[in-house]
Design a protein around this ligand. Structure first.
Ligand code: XMP
Length: 319
């Protein structure tokens, strides 16, 4: 794609001009956006870049290993893997408000990046994979008083007092363009085609308070759901699919006894840019199979429901 080839060259020039000889750290989330940003930055400034992968304990099953393997072993990009599970999960304990959860996570990300920047002798810049829709959705919605719907995305959570300047080389791109750029940069196809994953991770898929136990339950249900989606050959037809663990327990029967366990909601949507979305019309046989597997295999869930809300009026995430 010649347009993306041109974008790539121009972005590299701009990064070099902006950063000069300074050091840059890049917050890697494991998602497509930050991965593409990291590879682009590495091309532009080589070993002035250090990637920081913060494991906040809110990742999907197996995700940390996948990201670390790809960046360290295949790309040879310097990567610091920060084990910050306790830091984040302790800070979130008892917090129910989605906005406070996002802000807490955003603040801890920045504090972690700043601490890591010090360790490598100081970095002046923090790079992020912010996209155009993140920029506009973070601003305010028109009609009525200026209301921020969500303190969203990579943009929202940054405290003003941050010591570092931002580099956001993907700020003008939409998701489909980032994928084209990722291919242009030679990222492996399964990585480029990955569904988006929010920075606050499973915290915003666990409404009503995050605990280690709930995250463990959610990770298992989510992994089964995605496994079935891949086996059915549906992964690439879907923009995003994930499980949500509802803060509701319902009664079930198991053998001779009653159970009283959590409800799991499944979400899958099609979309072009995440700004609008339609629920994915799975066939009922597939849904039944996923539900049976989750209920049989995941201790703590005894009921599964499917979310048939489109965006708008719904959002993709539940928080
Ligand atoms: P919503 O839920 O607003 O999501 O319809 C649109 C897209 O944005 C992702 N999303 C986030 N990404 N931090 C992120 O990095 C966030 O706080 C956040 N909230 C939503 C969501 O997964 C979807 O792709």
């Amino acid at each position: 794609d010649w347009t993306m080839a041109a974008f790539r060259e121009q972005a590299i020039e701009e990064i070099r001009a902006k950063v000069g000889r300074e050091k840059v750290i890049c917050g890697l989330s494991g998602g497509v956006d930050s991965s593409v940003a990291a590879v682009l930055l590495h091309e532009a400034i080589g070993d002035q870049l250090t990637c920081i992968f913060v494991d906040h304990g809110l990742l999907r099953m197996g995700e940390a290993e996948q990201v670390v393997t790809m960046f360290r072993d295949h790309y040879n990009i310097p990567l610091v893997h920060v084990q910050a599970q306790d830091l984040f999960l302790d800070a979130l304990a008892g917090e129910m408000d989605p906005e406070v959860k996002r802000k807490t996570i955003g603040r801890l990300f920045i504090e972690t990046f700043e601490a890591e920047a010090k360790k490598i002798g100081g970095a002046s810049f923090l790079a992020q994979g912010t996209l155009y829709p993140d920029v506009i959705e973070s601003v305010s919605f028109t009609g009525g008083p200026s209301v921020t719907i969500k303190s969203h995305h990579n943009v929202g959570g940054l405290p003003e007092r941050m010591d570092m300047k931002l580099v956001e080389p993907l700020r003008e791109l939409f998701k489909d363009e980032v994928r084209v750029l990722g291919r242009e940069l030679g990222l492996p196809e399964p990585f480029v085609g990955r569904h988006p994953f929010p920075g606050p991770g499973l915290a915003i898929r666990c409404p009503g308070g995050v605990t280690r136990e709930k995250i463990a339950i959610l990770q298992q249900a989510d992994a089964i759901y995605l496994d079935e989606i891949r086996k059915a050959g549906l992964y690439d037809a879907i923009w995003q699919a994930f499980a949500v663990l509802l803060p509701v327990q319902t009664v079930g029967v198991m053998g001779d006894g009653r159970t009283y366990e959590f409800v799991c909601a499944l979400r899958a949507v099609t979309s072009v840019d995440g700004m609008t979305a339609d629920f994915y019309p799975f066939d009922m046989e597939f849904m039944g199979q996923v539900a049976t597997r989750i209920i049989n295999e995941v201790k703590g869930i005894n009921r599964v429901v499917y979310d048939i809300t489109s965006k708008p009026p719904g959002t993709i995430e539940w928080e």
